[in-house]
Design a protein around this ligand. Structure first.
Ligand code: HEC
Ligand code: HEC
Length: 283
């Protein structure tokens, strides 16, 4: 994944007040050309629609925050199209899908219809999925965006792409982008939590429908100062974002929280400050 938190080693060392952070070796970010906005008219080819799906998957959808080879947070999806019919035939399958497209669509919105073995919420014996409904909440993909992601997963899975092409009446995609094609900067903490997918896993201050894969970030105003001996609240919270495994919260697993390289959208220092202030109750 190409994009990284847009925080230079230098500015991190400054905000944190000590040079230890330089050892994380966060690469300096060279600003990229703004992405071209997808205009979804009725004239897209399937190949272009698949490319839109790829972009949504890696961007607005925040899918690789969980579905990636490193963290083991969720199963890899390269082959999901190829095994969808087996999923449907599984005795644990509780959904209504009858074909590959239907299975993938259901996996995105009715995520507990089938829970991949070993990936269910703790204590539910793989009956409840920790994956959020990606058509709602912070991720909020539209119907066309869901179709584009399904087309992408069918394509990389090597099966026939069966989703309908957009007709042009459904509205656009890529709600994170402004007209000029620039990624919109978050202006409030709630926007920032949503933009970076934090609330797919966390409850957070000002957010009503967060996830529960990670601890409630609303508790940090109380807890952050005492998490690590000798580390103040602000430094702890920043470290938790930049180097999550430096301290793993009790009763949670390491490698679940994404590392900076996992985020597709660059985080500016201003956005980092919004998030950190909100977690410390300083909004
Ligand atoms: C917060 C973490 C998280 C996010 C974000 C997430 N997923 Fe998932 N996903 C999971 C977990 C965990 C599972 C396995 C449990 C289950 O079967 O529901 C899963 C299962 C799936 C499955 C079924 C896999 C199979 O082998 O049957 C599909 C398809 C899927 N996700 C697609 C996506 C797509 C596409 C996105 C982005 C739009 C996404 N997920 C975002 C955690 C996540
Ligand atoms: C894929 C799920 C996931 C996503 C996405 C995620 N986190 Fe986490 N986070 C976790 C888990 C699980 C833990 C607990 C394990 C640990 O300490 O590493 C955690 C721990 C934390 C902690 C320490 C909490 C404490 O009580 O000490 C902070 C702070 C935090 N996350 C902030 C964030 C922020 C900010 C974002 C978005 C930029 C984010 N997380 C995105 C899963 C996630």
């Amino acid at each position: 994944m190409k994009a990284l938190l847009k925080i230079s080693v230098f500015s991190l060392a400054v905000i944190c007040g000590f040079a230890g952070y330089t050892t994380y070796g966060l690469p300096l970010i060279v600003p990229e050309a703004p992405p071209v906005e997808e205009k979804l008219g009725g004239d897209l080819t399937m190949e272009q629609f698949i490319a839109v799906g790829d972009k949504i998957y890696n961007g607005k959808g925040t899918c690789p925050l969980c579905h990636n080879p490193v963290g083991g947070r969720a199963p890899l999806l390269e082959g999901v199209a190829g095994i969808s019919m087996e999923r449907i035939a599984d005795e644990r399958y509780a959904g209504k899908a009858t074909d590959i497209e239907g299975y993938i669509r259901e996996s995105l919105i009715d995520t507990s219809a089938f829970v991949v073995e070993g990936f269910g919420k703790k204590g539910t014996n793989d009956t409840v999925s920790p994956m959020p409904d990606v058509s709602k909440g912070a991720i909020g993909l539209s119907e066309v965006e869901l179709n584009a992601v399904i087309a992408y997963l069918q394509d990389i899975g090597g099966v026939e792409v069966t989703v309908p092409l957009p007709t042009g009446d459904e509205g656009g995609v890529g709600g994170e982008e402004e007209a000029g094609g620039e990624i919109k900067l978050a202006e409030t903490a709630a926007e920032a939590f949503g933009k970076f997918g934090c609330t797919a896993c966390h409850m957070a201050p000002g957010i009503e429908d967060g996830g529960d894969i990670g601890p409630d970030l609303g508790a940090l105003a109380e807890l952050a100062g005492s998490r690590k001996e000798g580390m103040d609240a602000r430094a702890y919270v920043i470290e938790s974002i930049m180097d999550p495994n430096a301290f793993v919260v009790q009763d949670y697993d390491a490698d679940m929280m994404p590392v900076p390289e996992d985020y597709d959208v660059q985080m500016t220092l201003a956005e980092m400050n919004l998030i950190v202030d909100a977690m410390l109750g300083k909004e």
